[in-house]
Write a protein that binds this ligand. Structure first.
Ligand code: NAD
Length: 470
């Protein structure tokens, strides 16, 4: 009999393990762990053929220790209350790990997006937004959604437009949702931010010489053979940036099957092939795998699950060969598999740290919407003139004459994308150092428990400082 995994229970097991290290009132810890609010709703959808269907949806706000709460909208046929609450809890811990001042939330609509037209998906998104607005479950200061599985910039634009229409003259209305297209108040770099953050996080992990020595690997991403599960927003961008940094893609697991090629897979050619055929199977030069999940068991240095939860379980963990697992998806490893793999020495870079790039850049987008000006607009020209004067001063005081190329590159002022990417890189690098330091303070502590200890500590401090109202 396959084991049934309850997602919230899995998240709570890692919470409990970390909470044992946190010096706080056990009742306060129980409060930190609990989901604060759950809204379960049904609404009718008029389909294109005139028939009516009932749509089920959820929004969980796990913790209001900081507001607004923040977390994605997932459109998937498997969404349920347990999944949404588990994902909302992960959002609370994730925001705390990367110092993003939000509580955690998550929303889900139970639909298989492949079975609905674009017009139907728009009606679903707009009606869901309206229902949340009616109950005060959305707003720039209340709860701010973002993309997740099955949604993207298009859906976020519909959310923003619906909220703006309902809220009338609210000046900050566009900050009610993040992950919008840049032309609709989004921020440059948000679409690829989670995947870029995954690369920064794995680069940090691979740059710790003693950890790589223990695994028998060379430091750095360069030359690392990796397998990815899920070539969606997170998986595709993570793979792109990993390849840019010298890693070699040797396997892919997708919804309809997997492929492997020890010599390396051309990612862009594969994406083009999938667009044309609807599958990764049959990709020239690669071997088809019997099942999609078989990709997780391929011979590689680094395994990046980037699709959905409960993929690495006790059923397949004993056959996993990767020495490093980078959790780009939320909750891809069950607690028992996590313990088993750690016991075997696998380095697991946990979801609550590794995929936090998305919420980090969502935070930047929210700030941009509140300040009503894009990053870099006010200072770019000023910085360029200051750098130019500096170069001229150097040329005046020395025999050095800067070439045209040097002049251009050394005097360039930062634009929005530069600022966003540098803020993201700093956030991921700083958080990794903090997590690693916590590991060093306690013999044998793994990265997930260390990240969770840091998260719980921060939430507990906020509760203690606020006191209990009334
Ligand atoms: P997405 O919908 O863009 O992509 C998901 C991909 O996984 C698709 O290519 C889909 O075909 C594939 N997939 C689905 N089921 C699969 C299966 N059983 N086996 C193999 N492949 C399968 O979703 P996304 O936004 O990339 O999210 C992926 C994961 O990352 C989720 O766990 C999500 O919660 C997490 N996440 C997303 C973001 C974000 O900014 N989008 C941020 C943080 C975490």
């Amino acid at each position: 009999m396959p084991v049934e995994y309850q997602f919230t229970e899995e998240v709570n097991k890692s919470f409990d393990r970390a909470a044992a290290y946190v010096d706080a009132d056990p009742t306060l810890l129980a409060q930190v762990k609990r989901n604060n609010s759950l809204y379960h709703l049904s609404f009718p959808l008029r389909r294109d053929d005139g028939s009516i269907e009932v749509i089920e949806a959820w929004r969980a706000e796990h913790s209001q220790h900081r507001t607004p709460t923040k977390g994605g909208f997932r459109f998937s046929p498997n969404v349920n209350a347990d999944e949404v609450m588990a994902l909302a809890a992960l959002m609370t811990y994730k925001c705390a790990v990367v110092n993003v001042p939000f509580g955690g939330a998550k929303g889900g609509v139970r639909v298989d997006t492949r079975k609905y037209s674009e017009a139907e998906l728009e009606r679903i998104t707009r009606r869901f937004t309206f229902e949340l607005w009616r109950k005060h479950f959305i707003g720039p200061a209340i709860d701010v959604p973002a993309p997740d599985m099955g949604t993207g910039p298009r859906e976020m634009a519909w959310v923003a437009d619906t909220y703006a229409a309902l809220s009338g003259t609210e000046l900050n209305a566009s900050a009610c949702v993040t992950g919008k297209p840049v032309s609709q108040g989004g921020v440059a770099g948000r679409n690829e931010a989670t995947g870029r953050g995954v690369m920064y996080g794995l680069r940090e992990a691979c740059n710790v010489p003693e950890d790589m020595r223990r695994l028998g690997l060379d430091p750095g991403l360069d030359g690392k053979r990796f397998v990815i599960q899920g070539l969606g927003n997170v998986g595709y961008h993570a793979a792109t940036f990993m390849i840019e940094n010298g890693a070699v893609l040797v396997g892919v697991g997708e919804i309809r099957g997997g492929i492997a090629s020890p010599k390396g897979i051309d990612l862009e050619a594969l994406m083009q092939y999938r667009r044309e055929t609807g599958t990764v199977l049959g990709f020239p030069g690669a071997e088809d795998l019997p099942t999609s999940i078989a990709a997780l068991e391929l011979d590689c240095d680094l395994l990046v699950p980037a699709a959905l939860e409960n993929q690495i379980t006790m059923e397949n963990a004993p056959r996993i060969k990767a020495k490093i697992i980078g959790e780009a998806a939320n909750g891809p490893t069950t607690d028992d598999a996590d313990q088993f793999l750690r016991g075997r020495g696998t380095l697991i870079v946990p979801d609550i740290y590794l995929n936090a790039g998305g919420v980090t850049v969502s935070y930047f987008e929210w700030l941009k919407n509140l300040q009503h000006v894009s990053f870099g607009r006010m200072e770019k020209r000023f910085d360029q003139s200051a750098y130019r004067r500096l170069l001229q001063a150097i040329e005046g005081a020395t025999t050095k004459v800067f070439s045209m190329d040097e002049n251009v590159s050394l005097t360039r002022g930062a634009d929005e994308l530069d600022i966003v990417n540098s803020g993201l890189e700093e956030t991921m690098a700083f958080a990794y150092r903090q997590i690693r330091q916590t590991c060093e303070q306690r013999e044998g502590l793994d990265l997930r428990t260390a990240a969770m200890i840091r998260a719980i500590d921060k939430v507990v401090v906020t509760y203690e400082e606020l006191g209990i109202f009334p």
